[in-house]
Design a protein around this ligand. Structure first.
Ligand code: APR
Ligand code: PHB
Length: 397
């Protein structure tokens, strides 16, 4: 078997890349370890930046999002004992956000692939990447006990944090940056109308977040100690804890109901430099992880895919490799911007176990400064909105 680009992983990064390459007439095959049903089960953050929304629309993937998603203008920050304030991204940058379930994006992408007759092979095992430094790499894998070989020009590693692609880059060529946070997020999804805004709360009992998926579906989170047991969190306990972390008027507005999903996620920042090795290019969680504060993970996967698909198009349309050569550096500029803002918001809004009085005062000062400074709000709005994708009109080579 032979194709132009092998895409490893059918998460949002892999499937979006498949759709864009297919629309540009580039032949590709997606290889996914799990079943489609398994991929569709995962519940993740669902806040799309304007750049993500525009790209999905541009490739004809915005129809359901525009019908079911919920547009909003920014985020509110509340902090025990003080008045809330709003970071108004629409006012400062003329950009908005779309709350839209990531599961739905994943579903929309699979449906688009079906319409196109795209080659998506699921439930593959023992995937190995070979000859990455030659011009003729290939992958081997097994499916139903049978081993296959797929030759290609390039490989896109979109197989998430635990995938094989990144591990195929020799460790001495990888510079890894990592930070773990000493707490997790307990999240629930409930079929209840959300608060009007996305609200982040900093409270002595810990961070809390009120978010949304649609006018009738809410997503809420609370900071919990590392190693917390989900079985100790009944719905009643969750609602009473989250309400205690919000000002009374907001707590009273929260419509409670049974959870339809409940899970605990650890918080971590991670970046792999480089995002390219020979004919292998990493995109999405395969190359970087952000803590969920700010909901940047999916948006970063989308910007990687934008840069990578543009680079493949320049190669297949014009024979130019400049954008492929620049891919890692270009993608990493935006990655670090989102990694930094996610780290900043995590530090600003959580209570760190063992934090000193000094840490506490510094955090309070930062919140007071943000609340009172127009310029600080504009700077946060710009980063929270996500940097624009870098334009590239003329190629030199
Ligand atoms: N072989 C083939 N597929 C694999 C392998 C492997 N060895 N290992 C992992 N995969 C698959 C996973 O099963 C998964 O479906 O790769 C896919 C990776 O998908 P995601 O983990 O969703 O990563 P990505 O597509 O980069 O999506 C970006 O970032 O922060 C998150 O919420 C955000 O889900 C979003 C993600
Ligand atoms: C979410 O809706 O899942 C969400 C929203 C905002 C965040 C993180 C997650 O910062």
């Amino acid at each position: 078997m032979k194709t132009q680009v092998v895409i490893i992983g059918a998460g949002p990064a892999g499937m979006l890349l498949c759709e864009i390459l297919s629309q540009h007439g580039i032949d590709c095959v997606v290889l996914e370890k799990n079943s489609r049903a398994h991929v569709l089960e995962r519940i993740r953050a669902g806040v799309l930046e304007q750049g993500t929304v525009d790209l999905l629309r541009q490739y004809g993937l915005g129809q359901r999002m525009d019908q079911e998603g919920h547009v909003h203008d920014g985020m509110k920050i509340v902090w025990a004992g003080r008045e809330s304030f709003f970071i108004d991204v629409k006012k400062h940058l003329n950009k908005q956000f779309m709350a839209y379930e990531q599961t739905n994006i994943q579903e929309d992408l699979f449906l688009a692939a079906d319409r196109r007759g795209a080659k998506v092979i699921t439930e593959v095992a023992n995937l190995q990447l070979m000859d990455l430094s030659s011009n003729h790499p290939h992958v081997t894998f097994t499916q139903n006990g049978e081993t296959s070989r797929l030759d290609c020009d390039y490989i896109a590693g979109c197989d998430g944090f635990h995938g094989v692609s990144r591990q195929s880059i020799p460790s001495e060529l990888r510079h890894e940056f990592e930070k773990e946070y000493p707490f997790g997020w307990l999240g629930i999804l409930s079929k209840t109308p959300p608060l009007q805004d996305i609200v982040y709360a900093n409270h002595p009992r810990g961070f809390a977040l009120a978010s949304m998926r649609s006018p009738s579906l809410s997503r809420y989170y609370i900071q919990v100690p590392m190693g917390s047991d989900i079985n100790e969190w009944s719905d009643d306990r969750f609602w009473s804890e989250i309400k205690s972390r919000f000002p009374k008027e907001m707590a009273d507005e929260m419509v409670t109901g049974p959870s339809i999903e409940k899970s605990i996620a650890p918080l971590r920042s991670y970046v792999c430099e480089t995002m390219r090795h020979g004919q292998l290019f990493l995109a999405g969680d395969a190359a970087h992880i952000v803590p969920p504060t700010g909901a940047k993970g999916l948006n970063l996967a989308v910007s990687d895919v934008f840069y990578l698909s543009r680079a493949f198009s320049a190669f297949y349309d014009q024979g130019k490799t400049q954008l492929l050569d620049e891919y890692s550096a270009t993608a990493l500029r935006r990655v670090w911007s989102s990694v930094r803002i996610s780290w900043y918001l995590t530090n600003l809004l959580h209570r760190f176990p063992g934090g000193s009085d000094f840490d506490q005062r510094a955090q309070e000062h930062e919140l007071d400064y943000l609340k009172s400074s127009y310029h600080a709000q504009v700077a946060l709005a710009e980063q929270y909105a996500g940097l624009p994708f870098e334009a590239r009109n003329a190629l030199n080579t």
